[in-house]
Structures are given as C-alpha cells and as structure tokens.
Design a protein around this ligand. Structure first.
Ligand code: SAH
Length: 264
C-alpha cells in the first residue's frame, strides 16, 4: 500500500530584491514608492506577489546567515536550500516563522527540522546527482524535497499515515516527481528500491538500525541521530566499506524519537 507522489521535477522561485540598491534622491523616492507598494499589498486581502517576494527574501537571508555563516559549504546543498519553499511545509499559523533558525511543530505532534540541521544532514550524505536515497521519517516532506533537488531518486517512509498522505500530496503539488512517499515503518527499509547510495533517518534511534545497513551500497552513507549514554542524541554518519562500517559523530542534535519495530 503505497502513497506515491509524482509530478514534474524541480522548480525555482523569483530572485529576491534585497540586492537592489536605491541611491540619491531618485533612490529616496523609489524607497517611498516601495513602502507605499508594500503597505497597499498588505492591506489587500488576496495573496500578492509582494508576499512570495518576501518569502524568497527571507529564504535567501536564512541561507546566508544560518547556513553559509556556519559550516554549510556544499554549493549544491546551499542552492537547494535557496530553492525549496519551507513556508509551504509548515502549518499556516507558523508561516511567518518558516525561515527562522528553529524546528517548528507540524500535525500529529511531530516537527519539521531546523533548516540548519536539514542542510547539515544533507551535506553529510555527500549526494551526487545520480544517487538513490532513502529517508526514514517523511514528516512534513521538507527534507525529502531538499533531497529531491539533489539526487536522482528519493524514497521516503513515514509511520504516521496522515503525515505520509499530506507530505505526498504537497510534494506532488510542488512538482517533485522523483520523490516517492510511503506509509509504513522505516525500520525494514524499502527493499524493492535498495541498495541506496545514502540513507537519512530523521527521527532519533536507540541504536544503529542494522536492517538498513543491509540496504546501503558499499561506499554508501547513513546519517542518523542516535541516543547517547547521556540522554542526548548524536548525529552520526556511518560509511559502509568492504570490511564493515566507519562512523563519525557530526554534532549533538534533538529529534523526535523513532517509533515502531526498533523499540521492541
Ligand atoms: N524529515 C521531516 C522531519 C521528521 S520528524 C521533515 O523534513 O519535516 C520525524 C518523523 O519521523 C515523524 O514524522 C515521525 O512520525 C517519523 N517516524 C518516527 N519513527 C518512524 C519509523 N519507524 N518509520 C518511519 N517514520 C518514522
């Protein structure tokens, strides 16, 4: 029983106007005109172009300040984060906070991850355009969309049915034809599309999910938050080699728990 999303691939948003310069008297007049224009557009009730310009500007600033200013260096990841409209993935009442430096609540008491953590996990997965990727924990679908921008095929599993349904519908509406969403327990992976070049688990696991390692190619990367002995979580990257697994701890994180079979 699969919920699948399919439609056209990537998309782009209008460039922000933050770089335009207003100089001299003409500049001052233009600035007043712009303020009047913005005032009129906020007074009107229909969604206006100024509003999507606003999101695009906020998104651009989010990438500059929260990602580039930290340690996100992969130019493809930065470009993807500039494209994916995070405000579409959050609840309407949080839309004005969509580009802030924090996780936000979504339906079913789950969360959409902080943009920086999405970028960090994606960068750690070192994706190539030809890669096939598995995500466990679709949630809002935002991370899946970012993966869809960077890899050839993305398969994402979500254990809460209404979330799987709504993410699948949204990803389809936004044109992510290379992302498929399925309702189920990600613990067993997605055998028919394995092996994967990368696996991202976006819920905290009590231990390494061994079954998923079997669905990883040699050379493949698994990025997963794992509970540590201090009651916190470490974001860990495992790399599968001919001889086994190498791992490195990326940073401390705070994810909602992975549920289902892994807890038994
Ligand atoms: N990647 C998401 C955020 C994930 S929140 C985003 O970009 O919005 C973690 C999600 O993992 C939740 O939606 C939760 O329901 C889901 N989850 C938890 N355990 C799971 C499991 N065993 N299999 C699949 N999904 C799981």
């Amino acid at each position: 029983m699969g919920i699948r999303s399919r439609a056209g691939s990537g998309f782009s948003t209008p460039a922000g106007w933050r770089d335009r310069k207003f100089e001299g008297t003409g500049g001052a007049l233009k600035r007043i005109a712009l303020v009047l224009l913005l005032l009129c557009s906020t007074l009107g009730s229909a969604p206006s172009p100024a509003l999507s310009e606003d999101y695009s500007q906020k998104r651009s600033r989010m990438v500059d300040l929260q990602l580039e200013n930290r340690d996100i260096r992969d130019v493809r990841v930065l470009a993807a984060m500039r494209r994916v409209p995070r405000h579409e993935f959050v609840l309407a009442e949080f839309r004005d906070q969509a580009y802030e430096d924090r996780a936000l609540p979504i339906i079913e008491s789950q969360t959409i991850s902080q943009p920086y953590i999405v970028a960090l996990m994606t960068q750690s997965a070192a994706l190539r355009p030809t890669d096939r990727v598995l995500e466990v924990g679709t949630g809002s679908g935002y991370q899946a969309a970012v993966l869809g921008e960077l890899a050839a095929e993305v398969y994402s599993i979500e254990i809460v049915e209404p979330l799987a349904e709504s993410a699948a519908g949204l990803l389809e509406r936004l044109g992510y034809s290379n992302v498929q969403v399925r309702y189920g327990d990600g613990y067993q992976g997605w055998e028919e599309h394995a092996p994967f070049d990368a696996i991202l688990i976006t819920a905290a696991a009590p231990r390494l999910p061994r079954l998923l390692v079997e669905q990883l190619k040699v050379g493949g990367r698994m990025v997963v938050p794992i509970d540590n002995e201090y009651g916190h979580q470490d974001l860990v990257r495992y790399t599968k080699t001919e001889d086994g697994l190498e791992h490195d701890i990326i940073t401390g994180v705070q994810f909602v728990p992975m549920t289902g079979e892994i807890r038994k």
